[in-house]
Every structure is written in C-alpha cells, then in structure tokens.
Design a protein around this ligand. Structure first.
Ligand code: PMV
Length: 361
C-alpha cells in the first residue's frame, strides 16, 4: 500500500537553474460524490468521476533559482496575463502543505500564469482543474531533478499533490473515469490519490456527453470547505458514507455492463443526496435555485416521454450537468435549446464530453 511518506523524495540527483513548463488539466464531474473529509484532505467516502475535456485550466510555470537563499516562498501569480493578488493566499497555503513532498519549493522564484477555457465566474469551480494543472507543472520540475522517476510515480504524486490543493482535483490528472478513496472492490484504490478506472468500460460510455447549464454564475453562499466541514456531527453522515461505498460498487458494475437505466438511478440519486446533506446539516443551506428544479423536472418529463437516457447531476452549486450518450446527442441538444436554455443565466451553457486528463504543451 502506498503511504504519504512514499512521496517524500530522497536526495535529488540532478539540478536545473531555470525553465518553463506548461500543462492543461480538465475539470471533472463526480458520479458518486465526495462530501465530507478528514484531516489532510482525506475523503470520508470514495468517489468516482468522469474527466471532462473542454472545461480546463492552462497553467504555465516559469522558475528561476533564487540567488540569495530565503525561508519564504517566492512567486508571482498571473490570471489571464494580469497579476491576481486574490489567488495568492490559496497558492501560499498549497505550497506550505506540499513543501515536505517538494523540498525544492523554497529554492526557486516561480511565475504561475494561469487561464481557464470556461468563462470567468461561470460558477464552474476552477479549483480542481487549477490545482491539477499546477501539480503537473511541479511534477515536471521534480522529474528534471529526479530523472529516474517512473511514470507511475509521476502521475500518482501529481494526483496526491492536487488532492492537497483541492480534494476533487486529484481526479483531474489522468484517465477518462477516475476513482478516489479506498474501496474494497477497487484494487489499488487509495484515499491519497485518484486511480484510473481500469475495468473495461462499456461502449455506451464512450464519448459520454456533459452539457453544463449555467443556472447561476454568482459566488456560492457556502463554500465546499464549509460544506465538507458540516458533515462532522451530521445526523446522516455515517449512513451516507456507507451508501457512497454501496453506490460505488453498483456503478463499477454498471460502467462495465452499460446499463443506462441503472446508471441514471445512481447518478441522479447521488446528486440529490449531496444536496440533501446540505439541506440537513446544521446550519442548513440550499445551493440549488428555482431554475435548477425547473430543469430537473423538464429532464424527467422529456426522459419519460422519449425514453432517451438523459439524466442530470449537480456539483456544489446551482448549475446542472446534463449527461447523455453520444448517440442521442442531436435529440438532447435540440431539447436543451428548445426547453432548457431559458432557465440558464444569459441562456449560457457549455458542451463538454469525457476527456482523458492533463496534457503537456
Ligand atoms: O474538491 P472540493 O473540496 O471542491 O469538493 C468537491 C465536492 C463536490 O464537487 C460536490 C463533489 C465531488 O466529488 O466532486
């Protein structure tokens, strides 16, 4: 079993003065949701997600060895080419957390230049793709310092680091479908990093579509950090964590058999359960908006009438992810245009599809 200490490097065998790396990393959408965590971003239950393809963060990391040694981190942060002071505390905290695993961090001055492919403040969380892209760049640098590193270690550690930045980011590194969290039926699964779903996946899920309906682009009233925290002493927490294990077993089988009816049951139940946890915590809160419910009802009606296997899922916000197989794409897109865009802010939606993870430029 891999333990956290395995990611503390021994002496670096090589060195570098300066350079630049550039990686993109995608967002992901969970089918079985992670909600609730222990110390050090250890998930309270296992989760599994589709990796997205179009919604991604592109981050360039330039580095130059510091001339005078100092005990502080030194970095500039640019968002879409402009200095962005508000993002710095998050990076500072991330660096502090991962320093023991990346001891070179204080030896360089970094310039982190980052941008997203999705509209700014679209309500799409950029923390997963952002932390994943930054972690890939840091691993590229570590690979120069430790050229004998294996690919397995490279990707596992990238996911491990991303997790320390933002839990679900560990599922945005590599693979179409990624599982995170120790689970009895998934060999190699770990609370420390995401693993690629290694079973054969039914062709029904090939190029599975995710159209993200932008219902509310505003700042969330309750952050995921606070939401996760409210699962401590939550009256239904223990049962929910067990249920996630059960749903993961079920969805693992479904991904192999391609049973879309069962897939839809689990995915929609997981979305509603996530929000039910929010509504039953103390203090309670609601992140769905009236239009979120309008859309859900429209999807149910359309599915009943047409038997087209389209379903929804939600993350920690009001936006709706509409999931469907590639072979019903035209019919579902027409339905979205005819009946759902009216519930979106400025009629905005983003068409995405399952992707395969981070890419180096
Ligand atoms: O990674 P975080 O801390 O932003 O939490 C993400 C939680 C959900 O998106 C609601 C569920 C998930 O598994 O991605």
């Amino acid at each position: 079993m891999v333990v956290a200490n395995d990611f503390i490097p021994s002496n670096y065998s090589s060195s570098i003065e300066k350079g630049t790396f550039k990686w993109s990393a995608p967002s992901n959408i969970a089918l079985v949701k992670y909600w609730g965590k222990k110390e050090h971003q250890i998930p309270a239950n296992p989760s599994i997600s589709f990796t997205l393809n179009n919604c991604k963060t592109i981050t360039e990391l330039s580095f130059e060895r510091k001339t005078a040694s100092s005990d502080d981190f030194s970095f500039d942060l640019l968002f879409e080419g402009q200095p962005k002071e508000d993002f710095k505390p998050k990076i500072q905290k991330f660096f502090e957390r991962v320093l023991v695993y990346l001891p070179f961090l204080k030896e360089y001055h970094f310039t982190i230049d980052t941008q997203n492919t999705f509209p700014h403040s679209s309500g799409i969380a950029s923390s997963a793709s952002g932390m994943a892209a930054l972690s890939m760049n840091l691993m590229s640098l570590e690979k120069v310092l430790l050229p004998e590193m294996t690919d397995e270690y490279f990707y596992q550690k990238a996911s491990f680091l991303a997790r320390l930045g933002s839990g679900s980011a560990c599922r945005s590194i590599k693979g179409n479908i990624v599982e995170w969290g120790a689970h009895g039926e998934i060999p190699g699964s770990s609370d420390l990093f995401g693993v690629e779903f290694s079973r054969s996946v039914h062709p029904n899920f090939q190029n599975y579509q995710d159209t993200i309906l932008l219902v509310d682009k505003g700042e969330k009233q309750v952050s995921s950090t606070v939401g996760h925290d409210l699962m401590h002493n939550h009256p239904f927490a223990e049962r929910r964590f067990e249920q996630a294990h059960e749903n993961l077993s079920k969805i693992k089988a479904i991904l192999e058999t391609g049973n879309l009816e069962e897939f839809i049951k689990i995915v929609e139940s997981e979305a509603l359960t996530l929000h039910a946890m929010m509504m039953t915590s103390m203090p309670f809160f609601i992140l769905m908006k009236p239009n979120t419910l309008e859309i859900i009802n429209k999807i149910w009606k359309f599915r009943n009438e047409t038997q087209i296997p389209v379903c929804f899922t939600l993350d920690a916000g009001a936006n709706v992810h509409v999931l469907y197989p590639e072979n019903v794409r035209d019919a579902v897109l027409q339905f979205i245009k005819d009946e759902l865009v009216g519930f979106c802010q400025n009629r905005q939606y983003i068409c995405d599809v399952i992707g395969s993870g981070a890419v180096e430029f």
